[in-house]
Design a protein around this ligand. Structure first.
Ligand SMILES: [Zn+2]
Length: 160
């Protein structure tokens, strides 16, 4: 049916072209049809996207699905997007309320819109790692009799 529709347009264009014989008319018809083709192609792409999303929702987490790989990839990317959004909010100093999804300044403890308690991101892990490393070094030194080792090392350097 779509083919017939396009064929009819094609015939109409060539007939019109012959009847008028003007180049301007032909150019405007070409532009009109090109525009229609682009619009139809865009509509098809949108329908493909809707189908694809429906397929993801139906097939996701089914190990036997022929689309298992693609579904896994989409899920992983969506997780990644969530993580990036959290990073962005941290930089902006914003916390998203888990109750009403409002963006609230991280300085607040409660949501200004719905009053729910704000769940803030966990403290920077870098500082914790630094503390752990210092602790490990201390333990190592204690465990291996560090004093004796250090004295030996010092004796290797005549200047000390
Ligand atoms: Zn809220």
């Amino acid at each position: 049916m779509a083919m017939d529709f396009l064929k009819n347009i094609g015939e109409k264009v060539s007939e019109t072209g012959k009847a008028v014989g003007g180049k301007t008319k032909q150019v405007s018809e070409i532009a009109k049809i090109t525009y229609k083709i682009t619009a139809e192609e865009k509509a098809v792409e949108e329908l493909y996207a809707i189908l694809g999303k429906a397929c993801y929702e139906a097939e996701n987490a089914k190990a036997e699905s022929p689309y298992f790989g693609q579904c896994e990839e989409i899920s992983a990317k969506m997780d990644g997007i969530e993580e990036l959004k959290k990073q962005l909010n941290t930089i902006k100093g914003i916390v998203v309320c888990e109750n009403c999804k409002a963006e609230i300044s991280a300085e607040n403890d409660f949501c200004g819109k719905c009053g729910a308690k704000l769940v803030k991101p966990v403290e920077e892990p870098v500082a914790v790692e630094d503390v752990v490393v210092d602790h490990e070094e201390t333990v190592e030194a204690d465990a291996c009799g560090a004093d004796a080792v250090i004295d030996e090392e010092k004796s290797d350097y005549p200047n000390k």
